[in-house]
Structure formats: C-alpha cells, structure tokens
Design a protein around this ligand. Structure first.
Ligand code: ZN
Length: 220
C-alpha cells in the first residue's frame, strides 16, 4: 500500500488552471493528471456532492467507497488518507478539508429507482443520471455506478447498528481538496435529493477547481 504523508495543500488560487461550475442538481467532469489537485467547493453551503473518480487508462477501475473504508479503516476520509479503487490501488489522496469532515462512504448514489420509491416523478434528476451525462460528455459510456464519496454528506452509524443521515453542515465556501495519484477522470454531482433532507437550503451549485501541483510534494 502507498501511504500519503503530510502533503501541502493547493495554492491560494494563483496556480488554478481550470474551474468548472457544477450547476445545482447536475454533474460535471474534469480530467486530472497524476499529481494535479482538485478542490470540490460547496459554494452556498449545506450541499451534498457525489464524487466519482475513474482511472484514465481503464474506466473499469474507479474510486470505491467500500474499498476505501477497508484501506483507511475509517468511516470518513481525512487529510492524509488515500482513496482506493475497486482494484485496491490509490487514485486520490485527501489534501485538505475545511468542512466539518463528514463525507459519507455508506450510501449508494441516488438513482431513478430511489426516486421512484420515494414517489418522485420519473423526470427527477439523480446522481446516477448526472454521472451518465458527465461520462458521455467525455466520450465514455456508463457501465456501472460506483459507490461514490458522498462529500459533505453526514451519515452516521449508531451503536445499535442503525444508520442515520443528518442535513449537511458545511458553510459557504467549504471545500475538500484531493491530489490525483494517477491520471484520472473526476465527476462531481450536485446531489438533487430534495425529498430526504440531506442538503440544507435547497439544492445549490458546487465547483471543481483544478490546480497544478506547485509547492505540493508528490506522493512516494
Ligand atoms: Zn444524489
């Protein structure tokens, strides 16, 4: 296993090379080369985002919440932790986190069946649908919906074995930053879930900010 040591966070903004707005309830993609960094920013606060990462060389290898839980032995990834793929290889490293640190790794992405079960119309957007759209924009087709990192989503296990979700407690401008440990494609969905109260203050936009790895020590 590769361990991420203490890594310096991305710069103040001077070295930002790409900024992609993720409209409320939609999904967008960015490509990262190994060593590049990305911030996922909650612009208005209180908004859950589903984050997916696919290996550039093989879209069949992707960030997996279940493999990450085993790899880091935690419910929530923290700065210094690696995000592992379904092949148990690191794909991202968590650099910095200004949010309260709740990034669910238990819940599946919302999808049309989830909304049908909640009584929503068939036209309701979903993170699975947003992933499909974002992959198509990159010339890729959806073959599976990985279990994402649900950034800013507050899901907690109880001692009795039940799990509960609470509304996201991020403030406007909070972000979590990652460094790519291999070339990859990142997809971030502003989760359109407006029936179960996981986001607060309505469904709002997120932003992806890509940085060059200046002043960032590469992982061993
Ligand atoms: Zn969702």
């Amino acid at each position: 296993m590769v361990h991420g040591g203490p890594v310096q966070a991305p710069g103040s903004g001077d070295d930002m090379i790409e900024m992609v707005r993720v409209p409320a309830g939609e999904g967008r993609a960015v490509r990262l080369r190994e060593g590049q960094c990305v911030r996922a920013v909650d612009l208005a606060g209180g908004q859950v985002g589903d984050l997916f990462a696919f290996a550039a060389t093989d879209p069949g290898e992707y960030a997996s919440a279940s493999h990450t839980r085993v790899g880091i032995a935690k419910m929530f990834p923290r700065p210094g932790d690696l995000v592992f793929t379904n092949h148990r290889r690191p794909i991202l490293s968590v650099l910095e986190d200004t949010s309260p640190g709740r990034h669910d790794m238990l819940y599946a992405a919302c999808d049309p069946a989830r909304y049908a079960g909640l009584g929503a119309p068939a036209s309701h957007r979903s993170c699975a649908g947003n992933l499909d759209e974002a992959l198509r924009s990159q010339g890729l087709s959806l073959t599976t919906v990985p279990q994402p990192l649900n950034i800013f989503m507050d899901v907690r296990p109880n001692m009795d074995g039940t799990i509960v979700s609470a509304p996201a407690s991020t403030k406007a401008g909070d972000y979590i930053a990652f460094q790519a440990t291999q070339d990859c494609l990142i997809v971030l969905s502003s989760c359109p879930m407006d029936i179960v109260p996981i986001s607060t203050g309505g469904i709002t936009p997120l932003e992806l900010q890509v940085y060059e790895p200046t002043a960032v020590r590469r992982l061993a």
